[in-house]
Design a binder for this molecule. Sequence first.
Ligand SMILES: C[S@@+](CC[C@H](N)C(=O)[O-])C[C@H]1O[C@@H](n2cnc3c(N)ncnc32)[C@H](O)[C@@H]1O
Length: 428
Amino acid sequence: MKSTRLIAAEILLNVVDHGRSLNDELPAALADTELDDQPFLQQLVYGTTRYYFALDEIIQKILDKPIKDKERIVHMLLAVGLYQLWKLNVAEHAAINETVSAVTESKRKWATGLVNASLRRFQREKDAILAECRRGDSFPGWLNKRLRQAYPEQFAEICGNSNVPGPMTLRINAKRVIREQWLKLAETEGIVAQACEHANSAVTLAAAAPVAMLPGFDAGDVSVQDEAAQLCAQILELNDAARVLDACSAPGGKTGHLLESAQNVQMTALDVSAERLQRVGENLARIGETAELIAADAADVELWWSGEPFDAILLDAPCSGTGVIRRHPDIKLLRKSADITALAKIQRNLLNKLWPTLKPGGRLLYATCSILPDENSHQVAGFVAETPDAELIPLTLPADAETAAGIQWLPQVDGHDGFFYALLEKQL
Ligand SMILES: C[S@@+](CC[C@H](N)C(=O)[O-])C[C@H]1O[C@@H](n2cnc3c(N)ncnc32)[C@H](O)[C@@H]1O
């Protein structure tokens, strides 16, 4: 069986050089790894991805010349070794010796001396090398620039918070159990949890737990969902029997929450990906809810819309995911600056195309898990300026940043993800 360190380096290579996501890579690798080694593999993969830009800078400082393209696995093994010495509580001799063994295992015996010497040099000169490192927060230059521009005061905190893994937060199904009752039940099972401050359905666990251990998970009493994502039902405030469109629904977290938030909601859940839409069906089945599921591009309105307008629309738009980097650190490696312009165009097109499907007097909630104004406040302000019957409804929830439109939440350690909401009403 392959060593954990070599598997981690191979995954890192596939993410950095071949644009693969951790979701593509990690499940199969974990399935091939001994149960006892799985947490360490996850730690190495998430950690080296999270700190890749900084690790890369350290490697450039330590090596006299870059490693050749066809030997890039050695570069990634060095990153795995350095990460252990920098960030993990692993015995240093084990971190070095096991990483060097993984170099041999990768059939790059020529590189064992180089990796050994490089790791030992870092071990000796760590403080001096790190003091010179300009990319300690490990964000790509383009994102750094955009965040610094958007949040000059909060920039450092945003990067820091985005490097701390998010807590496990749950949504309590109000149709089935009261939040305080569930907290008591959890306590009797030895699970430490507390009610979240803003979302009235949310509780955060002191430590992540397998879902099978959560009271009532199989029965649909609880679902895993960040607090920020749970504001959606609270903001939209559906009436019973409302006719609702969830335009970008997969995997169905918010679809489920909207269905739990009122009685007899007539839900149409769209997603462009038929494969991902299946997950919506599975997730709704667990919580005992149903929706009309349609695999379609939401912008192709004439292909899927019956012509009967909706009382409410959720547009949880495809976005950069820059508010959830702490949960998906590969976003820092996979996204490029040009993606933001392309995504903003897609988002505006979805807003324009879906607006006619909303009833006069109806409300559309625009949401993203981005923290970039071009996808959020600028996007919505631009849409409102060009859409005479669209009115921006002020939200009373506290925000983490001033915006021209909507509320912007930024990632908080032990708290919620970065998220954006803007509520629009169609004038009568
Ligand atoms: C942010 S995720 C939605 C998360 C979901 N609302 C939830 O809470 O679980 C965005 C989704 O939009 C889908 N999507 C992207 N472009 C789309 C389009 N043009 N029409 C419909 N769905 C689209 C993606 O497949 C993805 O599942």
